[in-house]
Ligand binder design. Sequence first.
Ligand SMILES: Cc1cc2nc3c(=O)[nH]c(=O)nc-3n(C[C@H](O)[C@H](O)[C@H](O)COP(=O)(O)O)c2cc1C
Length: 171
Amino acid sequence: MNLGATIIKSRRSVRSYTEAGLSDEIIRDALDCAHLAPTAMNIQPWLFGVVTSRDLLSKIAGITDHGSFISEAAACFTVFGEKEAKYYLEDCCAATMNIIICLQGYGVGTCWVAGDKKEYAPLICELLHTPEKYSLVSLIPAGYPKKIEIPKKKAVKEISFFDEWSEQGRE
Ligand SMILES: Cc1cc2nc3c(=O)[nH]c(=O)nc-3n(C[C@H](O)[C@H](O)[C@H](O)COP(=O)(O)O)c2cc1C
């Protein structure tokens, strides 16, 4: 198994963190990986924030509906997309995964918390004073794992096919 696959397969969403902070080097490397994600026509229609202020982390946690654990995170990466760019959602999701996988490589746990499609998305933009042309795509709380859950995944053979799909290959 190659290094990329090993890191990807070791990742699970982490919603409980120790009190240890993230080094500047790790935060900067995660941002570096974010900005190297593929984007349609290489437009790079994004803006990345890093929240480490305890006060802001608690406020973000309170605004989300399923992100109360953000208040415990060492940092929360925030990914914003340029609303006018046709593929901003896909582009920003690619960047989100780059951040998550980069951090996993350092042993830092994360959990993708929804931003796009959530009614609270504009409230996060307001809180962080982001320019009007951006909307929130994702929140990525990060920290060293205190507890790791291992959710079940569908079997690969149930959700994949080679060449043409057929009912027969489904048993
Ligand atoms: C678009 C998206 C939105 C998500 N939003 C939340 C969320 O708001 N709160 C949360 O606790 N987890 C959230 N998750 C994490 C999923 O619950 C998690 O990925 C899923 O249960 C599978 O677990 P795993 O990440 O450990 O494989 C989100 C994941 C994605 C991709």
